[in-house]
Design a protein around this ligand. Structure first.
Ligand code: 1HE
Length: 266
């Protein structure tokens, strides 16, 4: 079955929603402006994640045109004072948290520019696939501003403070392979192959047990940041809750009785 429209009535024209079976696709749809993120798009992203149907098991974050996202819409920020700036940044935080700590895992399909706020958006996803055309940068330094979409929190966790400092101070770009080597993407694929590859991963993710996906996106990042004493306890409790589900018991029986897939290479 081909893609079906999804949430068309609630999304602005600068976003497009569709679904393929259990996977919902949110496409940044402002290619003439390289998918620069205006307020309308940020609030539309929030609505998309808030109104995802219950039977969606994973999301792919995609982009129309040759670039994933050129970051903050610079045209909208000219006259903002300090308080308005804080509020604006906090709005991005709220929306990107609804991606990172939402109900389902999110796979981002990257290509071309993944810069500034576009990289911050990508960092809120759980898995990143980069086409060979992808390049990453934080041009905030050149624009006289600072990251404001959660990048100062999420990016050091992916690449470390030293690399982020270098990106911001020198205006350096990473290409797709460099980005993958430093931890910005988990996969690099040929130009034009990113969406299908991301859809394949999302389909697999949607087939996981719901309790495992919940544990991975809700518990794992908190455990990883907790002090070890608290982390071990949280891990034990999450493991106990997951294995107690009927679904987990069935999956283990399926393996023991030879009905489940072995661990094989993709
Ligand atoms: C934009 C934006 C934008 C493009 N806001 N309009 N982000 C940046 O500093 C990146 C700025 N953009 C670029 O460096 C380049 O546009 C790209 C490398 C991404 C793409 O280059 P190219 O040659 O394909 O496109 P272009 O001709 O530069 O841009 C096409 C149009 O998109 C053009 O508008 P037009 O009306 O003249 O056709 C550009 O003005 C427009 N455009 N990027 C507004 N960002 C929460 S804090 C986050 C802080 C940040 O994200 S700072 C980083 C901002």
């Amino acid at each position: 079955m081909g893609p079906q429209p999804l949430l068309v009535d609630v999304l602005p024209d600068t976003l497009a929603g569709s679904r393929r079976g259990p996977v919902a696709v949110l496409t940044l749809n402002r290619p003439a402006k390289r998918n620069a993120l205006c307020d309308e798009m940020i609030l539309g992203i929030e609505r998309f994640f808030a109104e995802l149907p219950d039977d969606v098991g994973a999301v792919v974050l995609a982009a129309a045109g040759e670039h994933f996202c050129a970051g903050l819409d610079l045209g909208e920020m000219a006259e903002r004072d300090a308080l308005a700036g804080v509020r604006h940044s906090r709005m991005w935080h709220r929306v990107f948290e609804s991606i990172e700590f939402g109900r389902v895992p999110v796979v981002a399909a990257l290509k071309g520019a993944v810069v500034g706020g576009g990289l911050e958006l990508a960092a809120a996803a759980h898995v990143r696939v980069a086409e060979r055309s992808t390049f990453y940068a934080l041009p905030e330094g050149q624009r006289g501003i600072f990251v404001g979409g959660g990048g100062a929190v999420r990016l050091p966790r992916l690449i470390g403070v030293a690399r982020m400092t270098d990106l911001m101070l020198t205006g350096r770009r990473y290409d797709a392979d460099e980005g993958s080597a430093v931890g910005l993407s988990q996969y690099v694929v040929e130009v034009g192959a990113g969406l299908e590859f991301a859809l394949g991963l999302a389909d697999q993710i949607a087939g996981n047990a719901a309790q495992t996906n919940f544990a991975v996106i809700q518990a794992l990042p908190r455990i990883a940041e907790a002090a070890p004493r608290e982390g071990y306890l949280m891990e034990a409790m999450m493991a106990a809750i997951a294995q107690d589900t009927d679904d987990a018991k069935q999956r283990m029986r399926d393996f023991l009785e030879g009905r489940a897939a072995k661990v094989t290479d993709r």
